[in-house]
Structure formats: C-alpha cells, structure tokens
Design a protein around this ligand. Sequence first.
Ligand code: FES
Ligand code: FES
Length: 166
Amino acid sequence: MTELTLHINGEEHEVDVDPAKPLSAVIRDDIGLKGTKQGCSTGVCGACTVHIDGEAQKSCMQMVGGVIDDEIQTIEGLAEGEDLHPVQEGFVEEFGLQCGFCTPGFIMSATSLLEENSDPSEEEIKQAIHGNTCRCTGYTKIIDSIEYAADALNENESSETTSPSD
Ligand code: FES
Ligand code: FES
C-alpha cells in the first residue's frame, strides 16, 4: 500500500492503496464517489468513463499510481450547485436514460466532445460515444440528449456575446 494524493473535482483526496489498483475502483471504494460505474472492468463498456486532464478516459484501464499528477473529473464534478450541466439536462429532457447504469459514462464522453466541438454532427456524436455501451435505450435518445446539450450551450454562448439592447 502507498499513500497517494489524487486531484478529483477540484479537491485533493489522500488514499492509501496499491498503486496498481484501477482508478475506477479507487474512485468508488476508497473515495466513495459512486457515480462512476464499473461494468466490464476490461475497457469495453465505458461505464467507468471520467475526464483525465479534460480527456474522456476509461478509468478501469488506468492504474491509480499513474494519475497522481492529473486533474480528474467525475460525474459528480459536472453540476454547479443545483444547476445541472447542459449535458445532464439534455439526458433528463430527452429521456436519454432508462436504468441509468451507463449514463455517467455517456455524459462524461459527451461533455468531453462538446468542450472541443460545440456543434457536432450526428456522426461526430456517434464517434465520441462509440466506446460506451447501453443495454436499454437503443442510443437514439442518447444522441438526442447530446444534441439538446449542444443547442443549449450554443444558445448560452450567443446570448452571452449579444450586447444588451438598452
Ligand atoms: S468498466 Fe471500464 S470500460 Fe467497462
Ligand atoms: S440506460 Fe440502462 S444501460 Fe443504458
């Protein structure tokens, strides 16, 4: 066991763990952030997706000892107080989830996409979520949810850049 400091959602967390332990397991078991899910634990399903230095990555495939210098963001770090992130809102408004197990992973993949490309095509959305698996929804509503978020982000941006009319 080794004492490590992790940077998650803007806070420091001290953990005493095997540095080879998967990041997903540390996030859930040692830090207690249960929004990140573990499905396959083999890099296939995407349920464990988090941001590592802003990039969507499968946390079950990362040894925790390898990310001590990185900024990690989990699904719990997206909302600002009571205000959901537009991608979270999109999943609510467009019914992008059923059981919800896959949802945090999809949302982390989608937020990473929209940070780089705020107006993605349907093909670009499909590419961004190709590493995430959903057994319930059939994907159409997930794509609708991400398109909703892109529209909301672009509306916010254009209202911020419009000068007040008074
Ligand atoms: S739990 Fe990480 S990809 Fe499935
Ligand atoms: S909503 Fe159930 S696995 Fe996606």
